[in-house]
Design a protein around this ligand. Structure first.
Ligand code: ACO
Length: 314
């Protein structure tokens, strides 16, 4: 009998401080019109004193509440983050304490593809029976590694967290997943800190990243549907990484999915890296668009490059 990893709860959290495009245009040479047209982003949320763990805690508690389980019932916590609170210990262990869990907990770093990589890892634990209830979180305080004087990156990124609770199921759940990496693109998108300098900022060749994101994700989305034996018509929702509306719509077009079936939340929070897919998922679950039984395609790409997809029946 097949054993699936099923999503039984979702949660998210955005810190209350908002930086609008208009706010940014006061400090850097940009406009609301340029940012909206090129990216689809209208505003981003930014931490003041909150940590990556603080954001993760609220998102996790919301997901646990929806799942109807207590943190003490968790068998594993995987936290995807590019912005851990410390070099060590893992932010996941701080989260374990903060929510009152006692299971193993570890961080996973795959930048904007972090949530896909973490969910796929969690699925393996569940499929093999090594775990039954797993909390998967994407949490980021990217504002700490953004150079706010660099208009090519400051407009894109934001802070936030999203979480899901997975449970073993004999009915349905994650149907297919695929992970890919190509380390030859390091210079296109990276953080300049190599532990020799004290701190570093995101450095990116935006138009190169854009082209690679569109080509790799389009190919992957198309292949995922073929491998999973799902037609475009059978797909209920695309829940993509929220980086740029032009990347999202190009991928949707390639798999012939209308934008009415794509969950887009980036106008509200920008690119929150590992948090963006669970943020979008939680929004659409809570507003009633995504329903039990719906088939969802999640996909994302990030620095590395690393990219991946997951097809899940909710
Ligand atoms: N405001 C006004 N003008 C700007 C700004 C800005 N904020 N930023 C750049 N420009 C200017 C450039 O200087 C350039 O001017 P020039 O023609 O005089 O030289 C012009 O706008 C065009 O610059 P491009 O970089 O070619 O603009 P592009 O259309 O590629 O848009 C963007 C830039 C939005 C960064 C886009 O390339 C992008 O979204 N790339 C993907 C990056 C991304 O999402 N990275 C996140 C991680 S990976 C991932 O998640 C996919």
């Amino acid at each position: 009998m097949n054993r699936f990893a099923r999503i039984i709860g979702t949660g998210s959290y955005l810190p209350p401080t908002i930086i609008t495009n208009q706010d940014l245009s006061q400090t850097i040479d940009t406009t609301d019109e340029w940012i909206t047209t090129r990216t689809g982003i209208k505003q981003r949320h930014r931490v003041t004193t909150e940590s990556t763990c603080d954001l993760a805690k609220i998102a996790s508690n919301n997901a646990l509440e929806m799942a109807g389980i207590d943190a003490s019932e968790l068998d594993l916590i995987i936290l995807a983050t590019t912005t851990p609170d410390k070099i060590f210990p893992a932010t996941a262990t701080m989260l374990q304490q903060a929510i009152g869990a006692s299971c193993p907990a570890f961080d996973l770093q795959s930048v904007c593809a972090g949530f896909i990589f973490a969910l796929t890892t969690a699925e393996q634990y569940i499929k093999t029976g090594a775990a039954n209830k797993v909390l998967v979180v994407g949490s980021e305080t990217l504002s700490r590694i953004v150079d706010w004087s660099d208009r090519s990156t400051a407009i894109l990124f934001g802070d936030g967290a999203g979480a899901v609770v997975l449970s073993g199921s004999e009915e349905t759940g994650i149907l297919h997943s695929k992970l890919l990496s190509d380390g030859s693109y390091l210079s296109s998108l990276h953080v300049s800190n190599n532990f020799i300098n004290e701190s570093g900022f995101i450095k990116m060749t935006g138009n190169e990243v854009f082209k690679i994101a569109v080509s790799r994700l389009s190919l992957l989305a198309e292949q995922t549907l073929i491998d999973a034996g799902i037609t475009t018509d059978e797909l209920d929702w695309m829940v993509p990484h929220q980086a740029n509306i032009r990347i999202i719509s190009a991928v949707a077009k390639r798999i012939k999915t209308p934008m009415s079936k794509v969950i887009v939340t980036l106008e509200n929070h920008g690119n929150t890296s590992a948090a963006s897919i669970p943020l979008a998922l939680d929004t659409a679950v809570r507003d009633g668009r995504i329903k039990k039984g719906d088939k969802l395609l999640m996909e994302g790409i990030g620095g590395g490059f690393s990219w991946g997809s997951i097809l899940v029946q909710f």
